[in-house]
Design a protein around this ligand. Structure first.
Ligand SMILES: Nc1ncnc2c1ncn2[C@@H]1O[C@H](COP(=O)(O)OP(=O)(O)OP(=O)(O)O)[C@@H](O)[C@H]1O
Ligand SMILES: O=C(O)C1=C[C@@H](O)[C@@H](O)[C@H](O)C1
Ligand SMILES: [Mg+2]
Length: 271
């Protein structure tokens, strides 16, 4: 995001505060929030208190990140006996507290126009891995999404979208994968995400209406409150799959890319 874009996103209080009220472990001034809360659990959208606002840029949660108890992994290690060299190297890294990022698919989820594509690309560059956008893969295979919706309906779109995502997750690790905004609606996709580090990007309706290209988002242009309504419905699903949450309306893309990449490097695995 450019400085001016960022200033646009930052001006004024959020009209929708998507940030769940969770325990905060970050410090004021950092860019996201973090929580040790479990992945499941619907969270309402409370108004943001001044303190919450000050801390709203510290990761929300970090399942599997540095500091997590790794007892089960250690037990598995000692029970295994001799292991291939690559496996031993991976275990050494785990013992040191990190998993090589190229051993994972780093997944971005979040509502429409939260920044999944633009930030995902930057994080991929930081990490030196390829970037894939599930919407783009879908379009290459099935044509423009709006046309597809009109012709075949949303259920068929969701079915094929889930296929695209499953194939990308299965095709190999060492990449960043941005999902379509509604991908979390599909239960099988949520189940697959339980095996990958998942970054949830959050912003506010106000920021989206200010900065997103509304000509490419007719739904928002015609019904500006649609974003907040859709988020209310999907927020529990985003929270269910996310390991960490960053707000994109409170820091530049450059800052966020570095911080998300750093988080990804320190990710220790979920299982
Ligand atoms: N901090 C930020 N991080 C990422 N994008 C930002 C940020 N601030 C502003 N933006 C802008 O938000 C807009 C939406 O970004 P992007 O298209 O990446 O969102 P998206 O989540 O991929 O949207 P969609 O759900 O439509 O695929 C872009 O114009 C982007 O430049
Ligand atoms: O939020 C949604 O439901 C969608 C978001 C886009 O990324 C596309 O996947 C599609 O337009 C549907
Ligand atoms: Mg996108």
């Amino acid at each position: 995001m450019s400085g001016s874009r960022r200033a646009g996103r930052q001006a004024g209080p959020p009209s929708v505060d998507p940030t769940p009220a969770r325990s905060l472990t970050g410090t004021p001034g950092s860019e996201a929030r973090e929580s040790g809360a479990p992945k499941t659990g619907a969270v309402p959208l409370p108004p943001m208190s001044p303190i919450t606002a000050a801390l709203s840029v510290v990761p929300l949660k970090r399942r599997g990140a540095r500091g997590q108890n790794s007892t089960s992994q250690s037990a598995a290690d000692s029970a295994d006996g001799a292991a291939p060299k690559s496996l031993r190297a991976r275990r050494r890294r785990r013992r040191r507290g990190t998993v090589k990022v190229t051993e994972r698919v780093l997944v971005f989820v979040g509502p429409m126009a939260a920044g999944k594509t633009s930030l995902g690309k930057r994080v991929a560059r930081e990490l030196g891995v390829p970037f894939v956008d599930s919407d783009a893969v879908f379009v290459r295979a099935h044509g423009p999404i709006t046309d597809f919706f009109a012709t075949h309906g949303e259920p068929e779109f969701r079915r094929l979208e889930a296929e695209v995502i499953a194939a990308e997750l299965a095709a190999g690790s060492g990449k960043v994968l941005a999902l379509g905004g509604g991908a979390v609606l599909t239960a099988s996709t949520r189940e697959l995400l339980a095996h990958h580090p998942v970054v949830l990007l959050m912003t506010t309706q106000e920021a989206v209406l200010r900065t997103a290209n509304l000509s490419r988002r007719p739904l928002l242009r015609d019904d500006p409150n649609a974003w907040g309504r859709i988020l209310q419905e999907r927020k529990p699903l985003y929270d269910e799959v996310a390991d960490v949450t960053y707000r994109t309306d409170r820091a530049t893309k450059e800052q966020l890319a570095r911080r998300v990449a750093s988080w990804a490097r320190s990710f220790r695995g979920k299982r």
